[in-house]
Design a protein around this ligand. Structure first.
Ligand SMILES: [Zn+2]
Length: 300
């Protein structure tokens, strides 16, 4: 599933092409790309000018000179690409957006049909008008509205596993399974530890790790993608970053040499190092007599 860095890379690829253009036509090739809750028919945006392309978490917002927005969510496998108009339709093509360019158009392709493009009404958030879809999700780690102190406080009150909290788009948006595993590994936190049992310092470190692993992915994506073909196709389209935990089951942890473990988690998996990411970390003070000092015995 495309997570924040992949969606941001799509945004950066699409925006220079569509900025300032008027949408001439939206053609729904296959209704799988539509969403039943769309605010207005697609025809309503014909003639609308695109003022910017914004993102919150995994949602894309095409800001228009209208009192509604064009929204896109890539779902599990969605792609937004800039394609030759006369190129034959891709097998899973859902929607074509004609922005008046003579040769190119934007195509929304989605194999698994969890993604969508829709028209959203604008609502107030504080003093800003934002698309209705944005109200359901929290600002992501790169958003100027992200309030680090408040988020740490919120996380520290949650009585559920920290990984579940990190994936909760109403707490922090943009994080999916892959970057959650990577961030937890970097912060040395077991995915099943209760959020409310984490120290403020641990939560703070986790948020910093999440941001830095996404920054690295963004850098990798930013240098490797073709400006005319932005491939965000599930895991195969993931950027070439060093994955330390996700998908590394039975591989040695690069920090301590222990084997990375996999446990099932909400129909998916969590990958972590049982040594570095202890489920019941030892307290620094009050260590019991005879308690074994943690050693990286498998190193080297
Ligand atoms: Zn380790």
């Amino acid at each position: 599933m495309p997570e924040l860095p992949e969606v941001e890379t799509v945004r950066r690829g699409i925006e220079p092409f569509i900025l300032g253009r008027k949408i001439r036509e939206i053609d729904v090739v296959h209704k799988g790309g539509n969403r039943s809750s769309t605010y207005a028919p697609y025809s309503a945006i014909e003639g609308a000018k695109v003022l910017s392309v914004k993102r919150r978490g995994k949602f894309l917002w095409f800001e228009l000179n209208r009192d509604f927005a064009l929204m896109a969510h890539l779902g599990m496998s969605g792609q937004l690409i800039i394609q030759d108009k006369n190129r034959e339709y891709e097998k899973h093509l859902r929607v074509r957006i004609d922005c008046g360019d003579r040769k190119k158009e934007i195509r929304f392709i989605d194999q698994r049909t969890f993604g969508w493009i829709s028209i959203d009404k604008l609502v107030l958030e504080g003093e800003d008008l934002i698309p209705h879809s944005f109200t359901r999700i929290a600002p992501d780690l790169f958003d100027e509205k992200f309030d680090r102190r408040a988020v740490i406080r919120r996380i520290s009150k949650k009585n559920s596993a920290i990984k579940r909290v990190l994936l909760d788009q109403s707490v922090v948006s943009g994080v999916g399974n892959i970057y959650a595993d990577e961030a937890l590994w970097r912060a040395k936190i077991h995915p099943e530890r209760l959020a409310k049992k984490l120290s403020e310092q641990e939560i703070s470190k986790l948020l910093a790790s999440t941001k830095s692993v996404m920054e690295r992915a963004l850098k990798a994506g930013g240098t490797s993608f073709d400006e005319l073909y932005i491939n965000v196709n599930g895991e195969s389209g993931y950027f070439d970053i060093q994955l330390e935990a996700y998908g590394q089951e039975n591989e040695p942890c690069s920090r301590c040499g222990s084997e990375i473990a996999r446990i099932s988690f909400a129909n998916r998996s969590s990958h972590f190092c049982p040594q570095c990411q202890s489920k019941s970390p030892l307290r620094k003070v009050g260590k019991k007599k005879g308690e074994r000092k943690k050693v990286s015995s498998k190193r080297g």
